[in-house]
Design a protein around this ligand. Structure first.
Ligand code: C5P
Length: 243
């Protein structure tokens, strides 16, 4: 992964589009800004690995957000395929357990051993989805206690399995860093610049607040992709975290 210290490199723009054309239009408008690009299941299932390679050819760091969760052998193979694509970051569900997370690491190592010189992707665990309410956690999923405890347990499990970090709400960053160490990477969605529409996110923070909490990367979608002037919106965020 290449970095130059530009604060834009810590902003991950969620390319949540149903086809590559929509994503390409946004890329054109953001040209020259060295932000990270996130490809999630909507775009990946429509546009495939080819679009990831297109982003890499254009010089972007890419987070492939496919949240793998399967038996260890399958996740190992999936992770190896993802690592061979040359992405800079990808994720697996921490709920898949230690053996599955370790298998993801092994898959990456296996892929890199046959591609000497290839950069190692940042491997991230998904803790508890931010769409989960406490009632869902306790009654439907069957995990007792508050959401924050579940998130911290998953974060610790991810660290113990040798993952590089986790996806979590910015509200949990301080406690994750306290428990897992400051170098354990946090990637935080649920970000809304002051005045932006909240949409379906519930517990939100501004970019400045999230970085003040100590997060490493913020994920931000609609406040950039669904406004009239995405470039102005992104530049405004970059400026707000630069001061
Ligand atoms: O548009 P918005 O800024 O809400 O987009 C947030 C992005 O982060 C989406 O791509 C969403 O899938 C992702 N995400 C999230 N909450 C999580 C994990 C991922 O919002 N817990």
């Amino acid at each position: 992964m290449k970095t130059t210290g530009n604060p834009a490199e810590r902003i991950i723009v969620a390319l949540d589009y149903p086809d590559p054309q929509g994503a390409r239009q946004l890329l054109k408008r953001l040209e020259g800004i060295p932000c990270y690009m996130k490809v999630g299941m909507e775009l990946f299932y429509a546009a495939g690995p080819q679009f990831v390679l297109e982003l890499k050819d254009a010089g972007y760091n890419v987070f492939l957000d496919l949240k793998l969760h399967d038996i260890p052998n399958t996740v190992k193979g999936g992770s190896a395929s993802i690592a061979r694509l040359g992405v800079d970051m990808f994720n697996v569900h921490a709920a898949g357990g230690r053996a599955m997370m370790e298998a993801a690491r092994e898959g990456v190592e296996q892929a890199l051993s046959s591609a000497p010189g290839a950069a190692k992707p940042i491997l991230i665990g998904v803790t508890q989805l931010t769409s989960t309410s406490r009632q869902m956690l306790n009654d439907e999923i069957g995990i007792a206690g508050p959401i924050e405890e579940a998130v911290l347990r998953y974060a610790e499990a991810a660290r113990n399995a040798g993952l590089d970090g986790v996806v979590a709400s910015p509200l949990e960053v301080a406690r994750i860093k306290e428990r897992c160490g400051v170098s354990f990477v946090t990637v935080t969605p649920g970000i809304r610049p002051a005045g932006a529409a909240i949409g379906d996110q519930s517990r939100v923070m501004t970019p400045e607040q999230a970085f003040a909490e100590g997060t490493d990367y913020i994920v931000i979608g609609r406040p950039i992709t669904a406004v009239d002037d995405p470039r102005e919106a992104l530049e405004r965020i970059v400026t707000s975290i630069s001061v």
